[in-house]
Design a protein around this ligand. Structure first.
Ligand code: NOJ
Length: 728
């Protein structure tokens, strides 16, 4: 027998260490448990149920793997006790909840958080939300929503990061990391294309090509999965005729085989059952067969799995090996989360509204506010006599926005309450709620205005007007809100408008009736103090639009990173009012635009003002020619040319001028927040690996194509002068 050399011994030791890695240990535990489970118990793990008294009974029978919508720690422990102590195998329940932008402490809507362009802050907020949720017994959230949304008629535009794949990916990654750091599993959703619903009507059909999916809709999912997202939710929509919940190509070929995802896939609420309404399955049993075979592991609330899956296996329609894989994915997550060691929550250690979390929520609300107009009225001098009016001035519930199930209005600080700390406030609501059409309050507000030196009008949307199933075909301010603003303008006093909404509304006419406008996507629990500090100049606005603001809803979908078309606008198009009467039957301008609203949006992506001004200069590259493995080094000077210390988000965009498929006119590739003292200039830079210019080309290969590019560094997607370079 040969003796072992030192080298062989080391290799063996390393192999042994690897063999005992936590991953393998978990896999061994999973296999061990799986081998003891009956088919019925396996299917029980694949069943997710919403809160109710029957949960305890189902848990004791081993017929439920996860619950949602149960947030009382005592109730959670009761269900858990039934699963752990009364069921045959004692497998703990995975407790889930939609913690979308906070649990108790509500942060700004995800769309508002995206407006911060500050992933580190978003990560901190997600960690704080996770701390609160986990302390109540929740282990899994259905967030982040990564749906690219380019149509603000879609109510769920509020829940994501807007229209840009890169910003979306960075925000998603930040949330996943934040949740993970405090032991909350995330769920990237909705896979895929859900935000592209026809006409912005929720749940509707999409027709995205594979290339669009790969170039625009997949990247955020891939990045969040690489950052450790534990689960993924299928979307309600069908794309090109195939509902996502039954799409094997998506859930198996792409997700498992191409991306190597080893997490768990859950349906959206009854999205398996809804394949019957889609006309894709003949009944719930058929829908169950399709979704399980496509690659779904857990069924949220269709009851199809628990009702039919055993029979489907016996009939040979679903292989037991597929069930085993699904259960592996579920058990692996339960082991990873440490549920077997610690199934219960300490009912006396619930955390909510602690100082650190409130401070993070306040900071997020500050950074998410976007200054769209300022003729010099802002900031308001402290101590000034102001009229505070509008239906959102003192609406603690509404300012939390959509998906704030567990936020409590009594903990929310409204702008009215906060402004009273620094101003001499006269309050007259004007309108009772955002859809209010009555005039009486407006008359009173107008009268009160005579006693004030300036007016701050809080308008927007009630929480219920955005979010799931809340699509709108008109994006103007609801009710008599625009009338309230114009009535205030008619007093001749300086008017500041603060909008709190779940989407970019069409506010062009309201802009004309005010001296300044601050736009906040529902800012959450600490919205009041944040807005008061912004209005008084304690803080300086720094938010940037994460989505294009339209002039009219009819422009939707409109987004900055569109392709050029063969007839792009020239800026000289004839508009409606310029068309002569009895004009000849010729085409007007022959470019892609609307006769009534022109070509451009109201505000482009990435736009936002400050109390100061910024200037970009000396933008230069370290070369004009790069190889495919090169790194583009961009340098520039950023100057604060105004009177306030402030923060600017510098944005780097590129354009690939000619491709084997047409490329967007601009794509965001980098951004950074820079804080500068008044009068200060900083020399700054970005590095961009050429590999990040890759896209899915005509051969459906992910590659960088050689040729000419343009690059901008600017304060928004419409500004700046390009510098040129080539990739060789
Ligand atoms: C339906 C929504 O589409 C999804 O986003 C959410 O997580 C589930 N319901 C659970 O509430």
């Amino acid at each position: 027998m040969r003796t072992m050399t030192k080298h062989t011994a080391l290799v063996l030791a390393a192999m042994l260490a690897l063999a005992c890695s936590p991953k393998d240990e978990i896999d061994r535990k999973v296999e061990d448990l799986l081998s003891k489970m009956t088919l019925h118990e396996k299917i029980g793990q694949m069943n997710q149920l919403s809160g109710g008294e029957w949960l305890v009974e189902s848990a004791a029978k081993g017929e439920v793997g996860s619950i949602l919508n149960c947030v009382d720690p005592a109730e959670i422990n009761a269900v858990q006790r039934a699963a752990v102590e009364d069921s045959r195998l004692g497998i703990p329940i995975l407790v889930s909840r939609d913690v979308i932008h906070g649990f108790r402490t509500i942060f700004p809507l995800p769309l508002g958080q995206a407006a911060t362009f500050d992933p580190a802050l978003v990560e901190k907020g997600a960690a704080a939300s996770a701390r609160e949720a986990v302390s109540s017994g929740i282990k899994w959230t259905f967030s982040p929503m990564l749906d690219i949304a380019r149509d603000p008629r879609w109510g769920r535009v509020a829940e994501g990061s807007g229209e840009d794949p890169y910003l979306d990916a960075l925000m998603g990654e930040a949330m996943v990391k934040g949740y993970r750091s405090e032991g909350l599993a995330s769920c990237v959703k909705h896979f895929v294309g859900y935000g592209a619903a026809e006409g912005g009507r929720d749940y509707n059909t999409t027709g995205l090509t594979e290339r669009m999916l790969r170039n625009v809709y997949f990247p955020a999912f891939k990045r969040a999965i690489d950052a450790g997202a534990e689960t993924l939710m299928t979307s309600f929509n069908e794309n090109d005729g195939i509902p996502s919940t039954g799409n094997r190509w998506l859930l198996t070929d792409i997700l498992r085989n191409e991306w190597g995802f080893d997490g768990m896939v859950v349906t959206d609420w009854n999205s398996s059952g809804e394949m019957v309404a889609h006309g894709f399955a003949s009944d719930l049993k058929h829908a169950t067969e399709i979704s399980v075979n496509a690659g779904v592991d857990m069924d949220m609330m269709s009851y199809g799995y628990i009702s039919f899956l055993e029979e489907l296996v016996k009939d040979g329609k679903v292989k037991e090996s597929r069930i085993d894989d699904a259960v592996r994915n579920i058990l692996r997550l339960k082991f990873r989360l440490g549920l077997f060691e610690n199934p219960y929550v300490d009912e006396n250690a619930v955390i909510a509204y602690d100082g650190e979390t409130l401070a993070a929520a306040r900071q997020a609300a500050v950074e998410s506010a976007i200054l769209l107009k300022n003729d010099g009225v802002l900031p308001l001098a402290k101590g000034m006599k102001i009229l505070v009016t509008g239906p959102l001035a003192d609406a603690p519930y509404e300012q939390m926005g959509t998906w704030a199930f567990d936020g409590e209005a009594e903990h929310t600080v409204t702008p009215l309450a906060a402004l009273k700390e620094s101003f001499n406030v006269i309050y007259e609501p004007g309108l009772a709620y955002s859809r209010d059409n009555s005039m009486a309050g407006i008359v009173k507000a107008r009268q009160a205005a005579s006693r004030a030196d300036a007016i701050v009008v809080f308008v927007g949307e009630e929480a219920i007007l955005s979010g799931e199933a809340h699509s709108l075909s008109s994006l103007d301010l609801q009710g008599a809100q625009s009338g309230l603003i114009s009535a205030m303008k008619s007093t001749g006093k300086p008017v500041v408008v603060v909008v709190m909404a779940g989407r970019p509304l069409t506010i062009e006419r309201d802009l004309a009736n005010c001296g300044a406008m601050l736009y906040c996507f529902h800012p959450g629990t600490m919205g009041g103090p944040a807005i008061a500090d912004l209005l008084s100049g304690v803080e300086v606005p720094s938010g940037k639009t994460p989505i294009t603001f339209l002039r009219t809803a009819g422009q939707a979908p409109m987004y900055y990173n569109h392709t050029n078309s063969g007839r792009p606008n020239t800026g000289t198009e004839t508009l409606l009012e310029d068309i002569p009467i009895a004009a000849g039957q010729t085409s007007l301008g022959c470019t892609s635009y609307y006769l009534d609203s022109g070509y451009g949006p109201l505000f482009p992506f990435g736009y936002g003002l400050s109390y100061t001004t910024f200037e970009y200069s000396n933008i230069s590259l370290d070369s004009t020619r790069y190889g495919k493995d090169g790194i583009i080094k961009v340098e520039f000077d950023l100057s604060n040319t105004g009177k306030y210390d402030a923060t600017e988000t510098a944005q780097l965009y590129v354009r690939d001028l000619v491709g084997s498929v047409t490329r967007p006119v601009k794509e965001l590739k980098r951004f950074g927040r820079f804080t500068l003292k008044a009068g200060e200039t900083v020399h700054a830079g970005f590095e961009l690996p050429v590999s990040e210019l890759a896209f899915w080309n005509s051969e459906m290969e992910y590659t960088v194509e050689e040729g000419a590019f343009q690059l901008w560094v600017a304060g928004n997607s419409a500004d700046g002068t390009p510098v040129e370079f080539t990739v060789e």
